[in-house]
Design a protein around this ligand. Sequence first.
Ligand code: WT7
Length: 650
Amino acid sequence: MVENVGGIEALLQEDRRFPPSDEFRNQANISDPNVYEEALRDPEGFWAKFAEELDWIKKWDTVLEWDPPHAKWFVGGKLNVSYNCIDRHLKSARRNKAAIIWEGEPGDRQVYTYRDLYREVCKFANGLKSLGVVKGDRVTIYLPMVPELPIAMLACARIGAAHSVIFGGFSAESIRDRIDDSQSKLLITADGGFRRGAIIPLKQNADDALVSPTPIENVVVVRRTESADDKMVAGRDIWWHDLVADQPMHCEPEPMDSEDMLYLLYTSGTTGKPKGIVHTTAGYLLGTYATAKWVFDLKEEDVYWCTADIGWVTGHSYIVYGPLANGATSVMYEGSPDYPDRDRFWAIVAKYGISIVYTAPTAIRTFMRWGEEYPQRHDLTSIRLLGSVGEPINPEAWMWYWKNIGLEKCPVVDTWWQTETGQILIAPLPGITTLRPGSATRPFPGIDAEVVDEAGNPVGPGGGGYLTIKKPWPGMLRTIYGDPDRYVEQYWSRYPDIYFTADGAKIDEDGNFWLLGRVDDVINVSAHRISTMEVESALVDNPKVAEAACIGRSDEIKGQAIVGFVTLKDNVTSSDEVIAELKRHVATKIGAMARPDDIYFTAELPKTRSGKIMRRLLRDVAEGRALGDTTTLADPAVVEALKQQYGDDE
Ligand code: WT7
């Protein structure tokens, strides 16, 4: 059954309640509690009403075609996402409003009004066309957090090419795998990006990824750090500024079908191979638009800051598409929260008068450890709403955030969702919902979520089980790129025609959802999703390693930390040097965020009689707990030896 990953005992004793203030409710975008019932009675009508707020080239014929497990939303409709995020705001005074406020780590900054964004997106879209990119192509983007990143995404959307953004922390090999899988013909990168005062060598990683054969024909390079001026490959590479220099500043948006692919984004699953999650045009745009409007209560005058990297889905949905579809001002910051000092985030809030902050629990816990003095250095009174995403938020972190950043007057919305869901599915509506520290509270209107047991029966209030979603929603993934069978098998096979989230959850007496963490072999390190299989494959790829098993051990700051148990080949002796080498090896194979925190050597791995590695026992050992059930273990002596070596119970 579902394990006690998030410390459910502590959660269930958490009984603080924060109803919306009258002041907040009276100005909220949505404050009528009947909306839940109405939406559940007629979800299609609910979403269709929202869809009227978007701009359509041709209106849809059918809201939903549900041929389980395949959904088509707004069938027959035609629209363009970049038009909806930019052009339609140019008809009003919004044309001069800041769409993107960007700050670089060194302190440089740029502001793009909606009109500026229009011009830059159109020029780059024309640049893409001049390189032969056409509707239906895939374009890989490997950029730091610079304005060119959302500009490139919107330019792809404008001409109907699907983008595949790869987080800047990924290694050359990870880039290569993703390019091969998507068969992109263009790569957009930068010479480098700034992080803690150092330069991340993105162009170098990109070059290493492009050894032949590769489908990539051209590489567009943003000059950010001036660190690769001598590395441009003749005939293949072209500077961004050269490409756009003479392009016309208008580009007709391509009319797209509702179900045309908007982008793919790779995420880790339970196997060693990342999945290309496919999102389409109308449903995704609508899902991010509606949730941004209601969950963040976005208003014309807000200055909204999501601190995520656009390389992850959070940045796609809630830095770029959701906020811009709402005509909001979205802030982007390039660098680290502790550069040059630990008050950088709060300096940014004060500088731009930010009113909404959306960040991850792991960041909040880091700020807690650094201490209150850093937020106290700055005027944070402009903030009126706080958001959390990426992993369960413990009540202590929730309260710290509420008190020290929200100054005891701002709602904190904990938002549960996934790369696959595209949009927020469980979160408070801050003008309606009574908040509970540690709970994502209720499914968004129109979302039918249920916690079920192994057999698929609802567990009822208080019981733990698997979180499932019973009806399709607009922003849901449509398939896994190039692997339709895996889509069906992964998400829709555990329970027939019901979406399996792979998260554990409980529902309390009031109908609030408490998320407990993953129930599969995916771990969540600082709100980054990592597959234990991927780390294991990277470890066994090292010639010194015979066998490896990885687990996530709970970590006070990061949520989970990666622990590798490794059996070395006969002729290799264990040492600190080998540990360092193996950690380095994983970072080179996947990326620095997958570097194991600890590596333990063992003569053998604990396995069941049928040969399955018992990760649960390894987790017990790594967390220093008394061992759980060992009756299915093939050789109990293996675990005894591990416990002697590393366990510290009793
Ligand atoms: C997994 C999805 C959604 C954007 C960022 C992560 C965990 C996410 C919460 C939350 C508890 C959460 C789940 C989920 N998760 N948000 N508010 N409370 N857990 O996207 O990389 O696809 O990871 O993150 O375990 O399955 P992702």
